[in-house]
Design a protein around this ligand. Structure first.
Ligand SMILES: CC(C)(COP(=O)(O)OP(=O)(O)OC[C@H]1O[C@@H](n2cnc3c(N)ncnc32)[C@H](O)[C@@H]1OP(=O)(O)O)[C@@H](O)C(=O)NCCC(=O)NCCS
Length: 150
């Protein structure tokens, strides 16, 4: 497998990120939401291989907490350990920003992501009822956190 690396997302990555988002989620973020995350100055990271974007993440750091807003590895590259590597990279951003808590939400219907987060040391702290839109209706979010060692 060719070398995979991480880079800061730029506005001209918008088309590629939007395409991956649409291909990997039944209810994807809009292009406008992606653009506003980049413009807001969140930690917006792309995963690249030979200059091609194959994944990404959006992380918001605020005071002593970092919130993972979205992370995705394109479907042809899943199951190869890249999600775990990306999460480790994000955790290092949390550490660098002196976060005490790393927080995320995950759909109840997403066992793959839940399994990744649990094995990475996240624990469930609650449920947000009807948090996510679905193709039909709504779905609960599981809220998970991981304490970041000082
Ligand atoms: C969730 C996601 C980011 C995981 O990335 P990935 O690169 O496929 O995951 P990895 O190969 O690094 O695997 C990490 C862990 O995820 C879990 N996992 C991965 N593929 C799995 C599968 N097919 N079935 C069950 N668990 C799986 C395992 O716990 C795995 O750990 P292990 O390899 O030690 O068993 C990726 O599948 C994805 O982008 N999915 C679509 C978007 C999404 O759901 N994002 C998360 C939103 S909260």
């Amino acid at each position: 497998m060719a070398k995979v690396y991480f880079d800061k997302m730029q506005l001209n990555d918008l088309d590629d990120v939007n395409q991956i988002e649409s291909d990997n989620y039944p209810v994807p973020w809009s292009r406008g939401v992606i653009k506003s995350c980049i413009k807001a100055g969140y930690h917006c990271i792309v995963v690249k291989q030979q200059q091609q974007i194959i994944g990404y993440a959006f992380l918001m750091t605020a005071y002593d907490e970092s919130h993972l807003l979205n992370m995705c590895i394109d479907n042809g590259y899943q199951g190869m350990g890249l999600g775990r590597k990306l999460l480790k990279y994000l955790e290092n951003i949390c550490i660098y920003n002196h976060s005490k808590v790393f927080l995320l939400e995950v759909r109840e219907s997403n066992p793959v992501a839940q399994s990744l987060y649990k094995s990475f040391g996240f624990s469930q702290i609650g449920v947000r009822k009807n948090y996510y839109r679905c193709v039909q209706g709504r779905e609960n979010a599981i809220v998970m956190t991981k304490n970041i060692a000082p």
